[in-house]
Ligand binder design. Structure first.
Ligand code: SF4
Length: 374
């Protein structure tokens, strides 16, 4: 749980089309792409720092693979100039099937990306349409094949479950197809109906039939069973990796370490300060200054509480000795009452070395984590 591992997140807020469930900050206004990148490079310039060695860089979105590769390349060159990347271990770019081709995947590889995160969501053509995705099953295979051919050896996919009219049979088929792709990493997402999305409107109008809690539980069990069988390590509540392919970037968040976020609506947490950038694309591009929203000075209490709930997201749990050394807190003593209560309902497991969630605890993880917050 070292605090010297620092990541950089770059937000690319453009998508060709809004998916029906998505509430991420993304826009289809590509006419602003050039001005956005100008401002992004300026932000990186202004907030430059050579005091921390950067371990990971993550280009997320939006759809990073939908913008010009020269803009991605210029952003990397700017990062190289303004930050110390001498210890960089992992550089990820999110790509969407159907919105990348041999040329841009080759260019990403040549720029130094060593990890691809592919927004598959499902292999089911009917479900892809329901979700409002613009790719089909063949696009998924093509993207993975192209990535392999140019040399990517660390490929992650996102898969969704709990979808409208979803069934265990559909998920079973997705899992079989995914498991046969010899991937290194899988992230799973249960559908959440987010405000101001098409799905929210449909849901309110009674047009979406979603699976029951019981089926959702069975779906998560099915996922765990499949990934275990195929040699993935369940290392975080919703993430699975082959040995040594855990996402180093996401582990920076779950280990409560520091990260810079550049671009519209990105969050930064560095040296005990946390803030979020301007969420409006026009304002981000046109404002003369870089406004900081939700600026917080993180008190010891906040840092410790976040250290606990982020640590509990990891299946390995919290190493009690590391926690004591880093935060000067004996969790067993300070949170005795909460721990006793969660032990009682068999939601956590505690021994001399670690505190972690049980399988039941993972099911009610939000409840467990909230118990540690004041
Ligand atoms: S591609 Fe991703 S970010 Fe873009 S609208 Fe769809 S889910 Fe949202």
């Amino acid at each position: 749980m070292m605090n010297n591992e620092v990541g950089i997140y770059i937000h690319i807020p453009f998508c060709l089309k809004k998916c029906n469930y998505c509430d991420f900050v993304s826009f289809s206004s590509y006419e602003f792409e050039e001005n956005y990148f100008k401002k992004l490079l300026k932000e990186i310039d202004i907030r430059n720092s050579n005091t921390k060695k950067i371990k990971t860089i993550y280009f997320g979105g939006g759809t990073p693979s939908s913008v010009k590769t020269k803009n991605i390349r210029n952003t990397i060159l700017q990062l190289k100039e303004k930050f110390d990347l001498s210890n960089l271990e992992e550089m990820t770019i999110e790509v969407n099937p159907g919105i990348c081709n041999n040329d841009n995947i080759q260019e990403y590889y040549d720029m130094g990306f060593n990890r691809l995160s592919i927004g598959v969501q499902t292999f089911d053509e009917v479900m892809l349409k329901k979700l409002g995705r613009i790719h089909n099953k063949e696009d998924i295979y093509n993207t993975i094949n192209m990535a392999r051919i140019v040399g990517f050896k660390n490929i992650s996919i996102d898969l969704m479950y709990g979808l409208p009219d979803d069934s265990l049979k559909r998920l079973q088929s997705d899992m079989e197809l995914a498991m046969n792709l010899d991937l290194q990493h899988i992230s799973t997402y249960g559908l959440i109906i987010e405000p101001n999305t098409k799905f929210e409107k449909d849901f309110k109008n009674g047009l979406l039939k979603l699976p029951s809690e019981e089926i959702l539980l069975e779906m998560r069990e099915l996922i765990n069973e499949k990934v275990n069988y195929y040699g993935f390590n369940h290392y975080e509540i919703a993430n699975y990796a082959k040995s040594s392919y855990e996402s180093k970037h996401n582990l920076i968040y779950w280990n409560n370490n520091d990260y810079y976020g550049f671009g519209v609506n990105s969050t930064t947490k560095v040296n005990g300060i946390r803030f979020t950038n301007e969420p409006n694309l026009n304002n981000y591009i046109n404002s003369y200054k870089f406004e900081k929203y939700n600026l917080e000075v993180l008190t010891d209490e906040i840092v410790i509480e976040e250290g606990i709930f982020l640590g509990l997201r990891k299946i390995a749990g919290i190493d009690l000795e590391c926690f004591l050394n880093r935060y000067n807190i004996d969790i067993k003593q300070k949170y005795k009452k909460v721990i006793d209560e969660l032990l009682e309902i068999k939601a956590i497991r505690l021994n001399d070395k670690t505190l972690k969630l049980t399988n039941f605890g993972i099911e009610i993880s939000n409840y467990c984590m909230s118990k540690f917050l004041s």
